[in-house]
Design a protein around this ligand. Sequence first.
Ligand SMILES: [Zn+2]
Ligand SMILES: [Zn+2]
Ligand SMILES: [Zn+2]
Length: 467
Amino acid sequence: MNTKPWKTNDRGNFQRESSKHSPTALCRELDQVVVLVSGEPPEGLLDGFADIARNADPSSEYAALFLFPGIEPGLIVEAVTCASPLIPIVNMTGRACPRADFSAPMPSRSALREGWTAIDEIRAKLRLLPPLPEGEDRDPLTLCYLAFSRDGQLNGVIDPHVEEMVSYPLLTGIPGSRDILESLAESGLFERRFFERLLLCERCGSARALAREVCPSCNSANLEEIQIVHHYRCGHQASRSEFDDGENLICPKCRHRLRHYGVDYDTPGEMQRCRTCGKTAAEPLVSFLCADCSHETRGVDIQTREYSHYRLTKAGELAAEEGRLPGREIEELLSRLAGWRSPHNLALILESIHRVHTRYERPYTVVSIPVPDLEQARQELGATGITRLRRALVDMLRESLRSADFVALHEGRIVMLLPETDPANGEAVMKRLSQQIRESFGEKMRLEASLVGYDQSPSLIAMLSKR
Ligand SMILES: [Zn+2]
Ligand SMILES: [Zn+2]
Ligand SMILES: [Zn+2]
């Protein structure tokens, strides 16, 4: 039965669809703060709740999610997804809820109070942030917002319930969260801290691989450890069982009886004998049996994957406070210019212009300008200064670009293509831009623009065409 008791309204907030279908959920308005309650709170427990709620900000639609015993585990993820991925959660179910910001073993008045206090700071931080945007930046910004509102940390834990064996409790219900975290770390919004390096099944990539010792000859795990006996007199070495006639130790080679340890013989070590193929080996091999697909990966073939904890950087905090990923605003501004092209499109144009240049020696110029370092810009100019800087940069570009020129944004760099412009004129354009920025924003805000030489064009074309 596919009954979804949750529904999302236009503002992305949780609504109760029908009380008939949500026996475990009820919304309560307490002193103007709507708290989403799931499960069955004990009779009368929430009566005194208004005391706690009085100080809360009435502007949030769902201030928090309170979980009580009786909620179906599957509904937690669903409730979070539908209410808001950022919603603070107080868990009083007595069961584990990795996403919870506060957990108590059972519902009680004091647990309620403690839970409310625990999430108060989270709510205060969330109030500093603009609403989450829709579109492709929503998920990455959700991660920034979650970290911003919770100590800046998104830490991993070992989790046997997932193939990767590592999950990020705060990111429960956000698919592909590790990939998003990795790309945010690449952009400098999070910094990594080593957590684990796990071995992966070579067939399915699962990290639920069981390490076992196996026979080097036949791969069987059916091994036994045998003691080696060394007969001094004849030098023969064999397993103890070969010497053992039931009563005494008799050398299978020279038939002498071994009487005294250290005088007649010693035991130099152990070996592994395979009960499947009968072979012995000094050292077994290590192999990994996949708990998900049963494939066996040999130790020498095993691949690893590194997992990190993530911490929001200053640039990440800024992205959260602005409600946009860095570069997005400049992209929006640039995209209004007549010569605006996608990187791929610019690559095609550059390719044909470069061909004309090679054949007929027609000049052109490519100028590459890194988008100003946001962190540095914030230190120098403050938050409003960054906005001013971006606007000014785009205005200056608009003035510099002629109708036949093109511009694109690629991996944090503004790429300008000026056909029929020789490098000397291109350099003049570049100098003028740098000078304007310096005049408007001071010596410290340098624009490190550079000319891309003709010989570098093919590799630039290749980079621009990627993806
Ligand atoms: Zn596998
Ligand atoms: Zn074997
Ligand atoms: Zn012997």
